[in-house]
Design a protein around this ligand. Sequence first.
Ligand code: IPE
Ligand code: IPE
Ligand code: MG
Length: 238
Amino acid sequence: MSKASKIEVPQHIAIVMDGNGRWAKERGLARTAGHEAGEKVLFDLVEAAIGFGVKELSAYAFSTENWKRTPEEVKFLMGYSRDVLRNRRDRLNEMGVKVQWIGRPQRLWKSVIEELEEAEKLTKKNKVLTLNMCVNYGGRAELVDAATALARDVKRGKVKPDSITEKTIEKYLYAPKMRDVDMFLRSSGEQRTSNFLPWQSTYAEFVFMDVLWPDMTPALLWKAIEEYSCRDRRFGKA
Ligand code: IPE
Ligand code: IPE
Ligand code: MG
């Protein structure tokens, strides 16, 4: 039996791509050089994930808290996201990747939103892997936005408060069809979620890797999947 056949591959992997700044600092470079080095890694891992049979990958690219960074870094991250989306979308499309933007429009550069929407439009029929690009995403912001929209529908008489279930809440999330997260992966050694996909990750298996994001590789992703595969997922059952 081949190695791969014994391994249970997670359908949905959420990734906190962390450690770009430290990677750059170790080399005496500007933090932005770390972001540039990390960009290629994401696309290599998307390609690898397809090969492993992963169906959905959520990448945390910019959080609602990242606006607290210096104006120079925020400006770089906005411009860079816009350029990366434009440069990568054709290749992603060829690979059968469906790109989906997850996040809040408020404050986000209009040009970034346009590129996200362009990539969504181009790739909307693809079925090989769904890539959730989480840009200006915050888990609490998502729940606040869901609560606001739901409250509006209650006020209009569209929803009865006593009929609200978990399924109802899911309908108001940014991507109602998103699968629950199976494996939550964070690079850089930090062991926290930093507000990433709280609703969707309640039963995720957490894998923290002591590797800075630009040093991540497909082989290390496979290592994380092997660790995931050893976990005993019980979902509350005895
Ligand atoms: C992750 O790397 C990228 C973003 C948050 C955009 P960081 O920029 O957080 O790198 P560190 O954590 O400072 O090393
Ligand atoms: C999380 O990383 C956000 C992204 C990777 C986009 P941060 O570096 O912003 O998280 P904290 O500040 O260490 O919690
Ligand atoms: Mg960080």
